[in-house]
Design a binder for this molecule. Structure first.
Ligand SMILES: NC(=O)C1=CN([C@@H]2O[C@H](COP(=O)(O)OP(=O)(O)OC[C@H]3O[C@@H](n4cnc5c(N)ncnc54)[C@H](O)[C@@H]3O)[C@@H](O)[C@H]2O)C=CC1
Ligand SMILES: O=C(O)C(=O)COP(=O)(O)O
Length: 526
């Protein structure tokens, strides 16, 4: 049975799902060195933001197949390191959207009405109404940085509260922003005009310290800023100075450059600063959502099925995945075949989607072709996650083309590999019941199902050659399961495709090439 380690607090609903297929160990609060020591036993790791999955942990996770992040942000996971090791990283892109958006909105209203400090003063026995004169959000301008899932929900609610909406997001269209009721503007315009600025972007090299001393200086003196996205998008030191000097009116933070928040000048600020301990996703509803979403994906991957929200493999909807699955198998088989025919180092792979297939998504088929192509070199170490990166690191250039006019079969896939030893091509299609057929080899028409052990020869189409080859194989005790010849013209060049019951013994290939009329021979294992 598989083993799953849960290293952060996860809702029981997720543990129940994992327990259907695996032994589940819940061990929270592990030190990095403790995690490194035990991770080698586990097939899957389930985390939230509390566990840092470093390269060292990934290297030590020799059995790991999947890392599941019960939440959105995967910045605590070394995703490139996981990808290189072929480990799928999944998250729950939508499970906590509402929770995070509502937390940001709660922060905005709390900042405007000094609710945390007013509450604390009453509990201290005071009745101070003068110190907590707030501001209304109605008719004020909110500047939303990042108009993705959370930012869009914040926009919808802010709009309902009568706010004017500005947004900065270089990756969405003006039309999309308008649909949500936002005016898309430059960051500098947003910074200068907004009364409330709320951040809903990932932390990347571009967004680190996006809010710095210069930008804080350009904000309105009544501006209030909210960060429920990621620590480090705001320069915390610069923010503390701006608040202390009254350059802006307030800030509410849920996330920090280092968590848990240690020594920090933010802690000594008064009612203009509200600090929560990364609570954006902490609602009962969100925790059930993300736990179920991610546990289901871990379960599926452990059962050999695809994950629906993998961050390091092409994202495909389950419908598209279902439709493409037989073609993925075809692509992988053709990749294995053409890689072995090309032999040596492949430099260029041309993947052509033909006929009806030309309208399909090509990326998954390219990945599957590369997985097949690299199998010879990498065996089980290559998978759908790391095939593209492995190919890139090996300098294999990939060209994707489409030709809807090729209609020999309803839909077919053509791979051509060019390497140090020449160029070879193979085409395949799916017949009734999803059966794979090889339909063309090096431009010779054929029609054979793939077989585990195969022999291909390039020869002159002339009497006696098939008999000679049959006897030769017989003398080596190799049984032929089926044989087919493909040729373009009578007595011209031809290919012979043999399916064999046994692997070809060492030493027979040079003997085959010695047969008069045979120019070349290739043995392939699929
Ligand atoms: N505090 C908490 O507990 C939680 C925090 N989060 C964080 O909230 C953030 C947003 O999450 P979602 O809305 O789900 O993500 P999302 O992917 O739906 O939206 C992010 C948006 O940011 C935009 N973006 C990316 N780079 C940008 C840049 N340089 N400038 C402006 N816009 C940029 C993208 O185009 C996208 O529209 C993430 O960082 C996530 O980790 C999410 C859930 C809970
Ligand atoms: O989903 C996210 O990105 C979050 O930040 C939530 O973090 P958490 O799962 O509460 O540790």
């Amino acid at each position: 049975m598989s083993k799953v380690l849960v290293s952060d607090p996860i809702d029981q609903a997720g543990i129940d799902i994992l327990s259907q297929v695996a032994t589940v160990d819940v061990k929270t609060g592990l030190k990095p060195e403790e995690l490194v020591q035990i991770i080698g036993e586990y097939d899957a790791l389930m985390i939230r933001s509390g566990t840092r999955v470093t390269q060292e942990i990934i290297e030590a996770g020799t059995q790991l197949k999947i890392i599941g992040r019960a939440g959105v942000g995967v910045d605590n996971v070394d995703v490139p390191a996981a990808t290189r090791k072929g480990i799928v990283v999944v998250n729950s892109p939508e499970g906590n959207t509402i929770a995070a958006a509502e937390h940001a909105l709660a922060m905005m209203l709390s900042l405007s009405r000094y609710i945390p400090d007013a509450n604390a003063s009453v509990k201290r026995g005071e009745w101070d109404r003068k110190s907590f004169i707030g501001a209304e959000v109605y008719k004020k301008t909110i500047g939303i940085v990042g108009l993705g899932k959370i930012g869009s929900h914040v926009a919808a609610v802010a709009r309902a509260m009568g706010m004017k909406l500005l947004a900065f997001d270089p990756f969405i269209s003006t039309e999309r922003a308008e649909q949500i009721g936002c005016q898309l503007v430059d960051l500098e315009v947003l910074i200068q005009q907004a009364d409330y600025i709320t951040l809903h972007i990932p932390k990347t090299p571009e967004t680190t310290h996006l809010i710095n001393t210069e930008r804080l200086a350009k904000m309105k003196p009544n501006a209030r800023i909210i960060n429920c996205a990621r620590g480090g998008i705001i320069d915390e030191e610069a923010l503390a100075v701006a608040l202390r000097e009254g350059k802006i009116a307030g800030a509410a933070l849920d996330v920090y450059e280092a968590e848990p928040l240690g020594e920090s000048s933010l802690k000594s600020l008064g009612q203009q600063a509200i600090l929560t301990p990364h609570l954006g996703a902490s609602t009962t509803e969100a925790q059930v959502n993300v736990a179920i979403d991610v546990a289901e994906q871990i379960r599926d991957v452990l059962l050999g099925l695809a994950a629906r929200s993998a961050v390091n493999i092409p994202g495909l909807s389950p419908d598209v995945m279902e439709e493409l699955k037989p073609y993925m198998q075809l692509a992988e088989t053709l990749g294995k075949l053409v890689g072995q025919l090309a032999g040596g180092r492949v430099e260029l792979l041309n993947v052509r989607l033909q006929g009806e297939l030309a309208t399909n998504k090509s990326q998954p088929l390219v990945v599957a072709s590369l997985k097949g192509l690299l199998y010879q070199a990498l065996r089980e170490r290559v998978n759908y996650v790391n095939a593209s990166i492995e190919a890139k690191e090996r300098g294999i250039r990939v060209i994707e083309t489409r030709d809807a006019s090729i209609k020999d079969y309803a839909g077919s896939l053509h791979l051509e590999a060019t390497g140090s030893l020449g160029t070879h091509s193979v085409t395949g299609a799916l017949f009734g019941g999803g059966e794979i057929r090889l339909t063309n080899l090096d431009d010779f028409p054929i029609n054979v199902p793939p077989n585990q052990h195969m022999l291909f020869t390039l020869h002159r189409d002339m009497p006696g050659i098939i008999g000679k080859l049959g006897s030769l194989l017989g003398s080596f005790n190799v049984n032929i399961a089926s044989m087919q010849v493909g040729r373009k013209i009578i007595r011209g060049d031809a290919v012979m495709v043999l399916s064999l019951d046994d692997p070809l013994p060492d030493g027979i290939l040079p003997e085959i090439i010695k047969v008069s009329g045979i120019r070349d021979a290739y043995t392939v294992t699929l």
